[in-house]
Ligand binder design. Structure first.
Ligand code: G3I
Length: 316
């Protein structure tokens, strides 16, 4: 049987996974990560809190490890994430800075990190989760002090640091047409019209079994029609645990539907799953009583979703 990456290659798309640095030393984990996927995203290792735990003191070890892993296995690297209200280092989250200082800190961070991986990271989530559910901009530290212009500023300095990297804005609960995706759509449209260098939109797609939004394809298509790439950036499909045959079958159908949605859109360039094994998932820790959201079970055996997802990526 072909691997996910072989199948995705045939339509010129990438199929990626989030990688947990702490799990790469497990041979089974590493073999699936390299064998099945053509792209990797650091689950945590490239976040600001990971790379600059103390101001001016950098820890690139885990991020570098992932980039080396990708190079050794002919994989793309999807950089996640530069400007985000969460997982900021404590010195930044709890510190007080003048607006001018905060702006310099933010643009300096983007420049440093993008420049470090110039030519090695093909896509960056420049701004992550900027929106509230009602479509207004989230009151993050950056928004509160700098206003909406923090977004355009982050994209401009990222472009200057690596002109070849594709620059994305990424969010969740924006897969279907709703108030939040309307807000995101209007922002992307306005950034494009102002000449801000934005290349793509990531739809995280942390979905629930049986609830793939019916408007997902139309919604992604309207973004693609703005002339940007669209990617499914953090796919998982959770259920109430324990799993049973019916839920696993519905999940398989849902993974396939998401893959087919991407294939139906010329500008949808790839799909990243947010981890591949149920034992590694963030879901049970955040949503107690839910889980089993991934393609492989807790023993890294493929679930019905694996075959269905591969069929979907193959266009069948
Ligand atoms: O590294 C520390 C470790 O030293 C400590 O012992 C341990 C104790 O709890 O915590 C460890 O940090 C955890 C980190 O994951 C690494 O495992 C954090 O507590 C935990 O909050 C963090 O969770 C991550 C979460 O983002 C944080 O917001 C998840 O792994 C990661 O899957 C999740 O990913 C996000 C995307 O970045 C953005 N979109 C949503 C997605 C799911 O929440």
């Amino acid at each position: 049987n072909p691997t996910l990456r072989e199948v995705a290659d045939r339509t010129g798309r990438f199929v990626g996974t989030a990688v947990n640095d702490g799990r790469l030393s497990d041979g089974t984990y590493a073999n699936i990560a390299k064998g099945e996927f053509s792209s990797v995203t650091a689950e945590n290792a490239m976040k600001w809190g990971s790379v600059e735990p103390n101001r001016g003191q950098f820890n690139w070890a885990a991020a570098d490890r992932l980039v080396s892993f990708a190079q050794a296995n002919r994989q793309k690297v999807y950089g996640h994430t530069l400007v985000w209200h969460s997982q900021m280092p404590n010195w930044l989250a709890n510190g007080s800075f003048s607006n001018a200082e905060l702006r310099t800190i933010m643009t300096g961070h983007v420049t440093t990190q993008v420049a470090r991986y110039k030519g090695k990271v093909q896509r960056w989530d420049v701004v992550n989760e900027a929106f509230n559910e009602n479509g207004t901009l989230r009151a993050s530290k950056f928004y509160n002090q700098l206003g909406q212009s923090y977004i355009a500023d982050a994209f401009r300095v990222a472009r200057a640091a690596d002109p070849s990297a594709k620059l994305f804005i990424n969010d969740y609960n924006t897969e279907g047409t709703n108030a939040k995706s309307d807000g995101l759509y209007n922002l992307v449209k306005s950034l494009k019209s102002q000449g801000v260098p934005i290349d793509g939109v990531g739809f995280q797609s942390h979905l629930i079994v049986g609830q793939v939004p019916s408007t997902m394809k139309a919604n992604l298509q309207r973004f693609a029609d703005l002339g940007v790439e669209v990617v499914i950036s953090e796919l998982d499909i959770r259920m109430a645990t324990p799993a049973d045959a019916a839920k696993l079958q519905q999940q398989a159908n849902d993974y396939k539907a998401v893959a087919r949605t991407c294939l139906a859109i010329a500008r949808c360039t790839g799909i990243t799953v947010w981890g591949f094994g149920d034992r590694d998932s963030w879901v049970p820790g955040t949503f107690p009583g839910q889980g089993a959201a991934n393609l492989y079970d807790t023993n890294y055996q493929p679930k019905p979703a694996y075959n269905a997802f591969r069929d979907g990526l193959a266009g069948s």
